[in-house]
Design a protein around this ligand. Structure first.
Ligand SMILES: [Zn+2]
Length: 265
């Protein structure tokens, strides 16, 4: 029998979704071996999500600290056949039913076996009932995600995250107004889609660079909204300004973007 874990994030506990997770685990043939309440600290978050660095993922760090360190979480140690894959299916089932964006997705499980062993040993290592270390031949560290600008130079990031928190937690947030690239009547728009190859920080860096004068909070909101709806006009303007903006997105490695008609306002 294999072991795995599911981390119930603070929003999972505060919205009463624990029974749904346990039912999904049971449906996958997984037994709950041990339950661990844990109050994650920023240093836990750094160790557990090592694919994000302080300098290259300053925004993600600030959002994760706000998300995961603001309340109690719980680690469920699970045991059952093919537990690693089964736990991932539990995560997907719960997220597809209840998740609401990257900072309201309720549960975490490791996507790689090396990551599972490393995170489980960090989260469970102090409990006598499940102290037997997880071992794995695969590399313990998840490869780093694409980095972005170190926005700590530009803004008070914890303050920015706090101001955006109601929007990122909302079930159906209002669509943010596209950025105006110039003062002309909008002739065209730059569209952005969801790009899983990008990180929050690399995508926001691209948007912030491609939309001259945009406020950082607006760049974050536009990027998150585009990721949520899968294609969204993030900027409008004359056709030359729109083309310039689109070229900048492409130069930053964004592939899920294009030029289209300006939305009616
Ligand atoms: Zn335990």
């Amino acid at each position: 029998m294999e072991r795995a874990f599911v981390l119930l994030k603070p929003d999972c506990l505060s919205t009463g979704r624990r029974p749904a997770v346990e039912a999904a685990a049971a449906a996958e043939g997984l037994a709950v071996v041990c339950r661990h309440p844990v109050a994650l600290t920023p240093s836990d978050v750094r160790l557990l999500w090592s694919e994000y660095t302080d300098g290259g993922h300053a925004l993600m760090r600030a959002f994760l600290d706000r998300y995961l360190c603001g309340g109690v979480s719980e680690v469920l140690l699970l045991r059952g056949p093919d537990a690693f894959e089964a736990a991932r299916r539990v995560k997907r089932a719960i997220r597809s039913r209840y998740a609401n964006g990257p900072f309201a997705n309720l549960v975490h499980t490791a996507e790689r076996r090396g990551e599972l062993a490393r995170q489980a040993n960090h989260l469970l290592g102090r409990c006598p009932a499940c102290a037997e270390p997880f071992a794995c031949d695969e590399p313990p560290v998840t490869p780093p995600r694409p980095a972005g600008r170190d926005f700590r130079r530009d803004a008070d990031l914890p303050g920015l995250v706090e101001s955006l928190w109601p929007v990122v937690q909302a079930t159906d947030p209002p669509p943010p107004a596209p950025h105006r690239l110039d003062t002309r009547p909008p002739a065209a728009a730059v569209y952005l889609g969801a790009d899983r190859a990008q990180s929050l920080d690399s995508a926001v860096t691209a948007v912030w660079s491609a939309l001259p004068g945009v406020a950082l909070a607006r760049a974050v909101t536009l990027m998150l909204h585009a990721g949520r709806v899968g294609g969204y006009p993030i900027a409008v303007g004359g056709s030359r300004a729109v083309q310039r903006s689109h070229r900048t997105l492409r130069a930053h490695g964004i592939t899920a973007c294009g030029i289209g008609p300006a939305p009616r306002s």
